[in-house]
Write a protein that binds this ligand. Structure first.
Ligand code: AMP
Ligand code: ZN
Length: 476
């Protein structure tokens, strides 16, 4: 078999064929760092992580890039026009009494911490929009030279009509009614066509922005869409294999990326495969800051959940279908994840070992097939559980398979097994022994202080009849 994946560009499942044999270029639209990344955004990044891991699992060498939007994403996007409203970062800066640069730094760091907590594999490049201003100016100049731009009083715009007149199609991925024109905060009457979009915005004449740059057109800042074209083409080439994002980006952000990239290079297609993740719902409805349900990883951790519980939860749904988050579903994801860990722990400690050998390669094959079938993770997860429960496999075989499957699942099964049974660091072991001695001598108070010390270092103690065991800490 070969990897089959749903391509939003052609609106059907297609066999993935890379531009360069054995190599894949993958780009993901990353966060706008003006507040904490919420669990809906994380669903989209987990999808890119699963694509990344699957491609590597299938033997591809992957060039993976994620951008960080730290300028140019305006609030008007919420009401259907990304070129209007306030800059999200400048708005947050005013509210938090910081500069836009400080806001960007704070939330970028928090995003990167969350990225690691969810065990997302880091890309080759995290590219920040503000580190690539010149690349964006150069790209706009190219588009200008090819005759697809015009100037208004507030910026340089992409001319979608000129683009179509030159024989291109604008908005192939979105149906036209998805390109919202209505619901505007303020209408930009200088735009020649409502679908046109800003490539460069001028700074207001009466005010200095925290983030602004010189350009051939005047002081200002880039429009939201241009950064993704500039950075993806810089790192992955004028044409590359896969581009991902949430389904909301289908209507304008991605069609605009395609138009401006193809306008600049004259090469088609800009990207071969567009993969969009369906939205996360909360309690059956939309999630949003105003609804108080745009939870972030800190909210989950405060309630005693591990970010890996969320990761497990996302594995239970197909990326192409909406998924409903409730605290109840998160709780059952947590229970399943802990059960899987405890099965691994039993297998590691030798239970069920030495049974008749099974055929692991057939299982590996069916696991691979479910991934190749448009990333059918719920089915892959079912194979994981069947493996864990299969009576024909020896313990070693089960572990071998589970650790192999975990290259996709990313639940840290192998690390867990290793830490639990073999690799508890010596200082932690010493503390545990000291605690055992204190308990034997009846000094419960000191023993308790040491237990807390062990816990603060990411481990926990389980007392048993013949002493105690040190285990990695899993929040329960
Ligand atoms: P933003 O920070 O708003 O640019 O969004 C970052 C990414 O998260 C984009 O790819 C969005 O499509 C995606 N996203 C936003 N809300 C949700 C949601 N509720 N479910 C899934 N993905 C989302
Ligand atoms: Zn983007």
């Amino acid at each position: 078999m070969a990897l089959k994946i749903y391509n939003s560009l052609t609106k059907k499942e297609e066999i993935f064929k890379p531009i360069k044999p054995g190599r894949a270029g993958l780009y993901t639209c990353g966060p706008t760092v003006y507040s904490y990344v919420q669990i809906g955004n994380w669903r989209t990044y987990i999808l890119s992580d699963l694509i990344f891991r699957t491609l590597e699992y299938l033997g591809y060498k992957v060039d993976y890039v994620i951008n960080i939007t730290d300028v140019g994403h305006l609030t008007g996007d919420n009401s259907g026009d990304a070129d209007t409203g306030e800059d999200r970062l400048e708005k947050a800066a005013k509210k938090e009494r910081k500069t836009a640069w400080q806001i960007a730094e704070f939330y970028t760091n928090d995003f990167l911490e969350g990225f690691d907590k969810l065990n997302l594999k880091r890309p080759k490049v995290f590219s920040k929009a503000t580190d690539h201003i010149q690349d964006q100016i150069d790209l706009i100049s190219k588009i200008e030279k090819r005759g697809f731009t015009y100037k208004t009083s507030d910026g340089i715009y992409f001319d979608t009509v000129a683009f179509e007149k030159a024989g291109n199609v604008y908005g192939q991925m979105s149906s036209l009614d998805q390109i919202k024109e209505g619901a505007r905060v303020e209408r930009n009457l200088e735009k020649r066509n409502p679908r046109d979009f800003a490539l460069w915005k001028f700074s207001p004449k009466d005010k200095k922005r925290d983030m602004e740059w010189d350009s051939p057109w005047g002081v200002g800042f880039p429009g939201w869409h241009i950064e993704c074209s500039a950075m993806s083409m810089k790192y992955l080439g004028d044409q590359f294999d896969i581009h991902t994002g949430g389904e909301d980006l289908l209507s304008t952000h991605h069609p605009n990326e395609i138009a401006q990239s193809e306008a600049a290079t004259g090469k088609k297609p800009f990207v071969k495969f567009w993969v969009h993740g369906a939205f996360l719902l909360v309690d059956g409805g939309r999630m949003g800051k105003s609804l108080g349900n745009a939870y972030n990883l800190h909210d989950l951790e405060e309630k005693g959940y591990s970010p890996l519980d969320l990761r497990y939860f996302y594995l239970t749904g197909h990326y192409h279908k909406q998924l409903n988050f409730t605290w109840e579903t998160l709780k059952s994801a947590k229970e399943s994840r802990l059960k899987l860990l405890s099965l691994v722990s039993e297998l590691e400690s030798g239970e069920g070992r030495g049974k008749i050998a099974g055929r692991t390669s057939a299982w590996r094959e069916s696991f691979t097939q479910t991934l190749e079938d448009n990333l059918n993770l719920p089915q892959a997860l079912a194979i994981v559980w069947e493996t864990a429960r299969n009576k024909d496999f020896s313990g070693e075989e089960k572990l071998e398979l589970l650790f192999d499957f975990d290259r996709i699942l990313g639940l840290g099964l192998e690390t867990f097994g290793r830490i639990q049974n073999k690799e508890v660091p010596v200082p932690i072991k010493k503390l545990a022994e000291k605690r055992d001695r204190l308990r034997k001598s009846g000094d419960w108070h000191q023993a308790d202080i040491i237990r807390k010390e062990i816990e603060s270092r990411g481990f926990r103690i389980e007392d048993c009849s013949d002493g105690s065991r040190v285990l990695p800490k899993i929040s329960s």
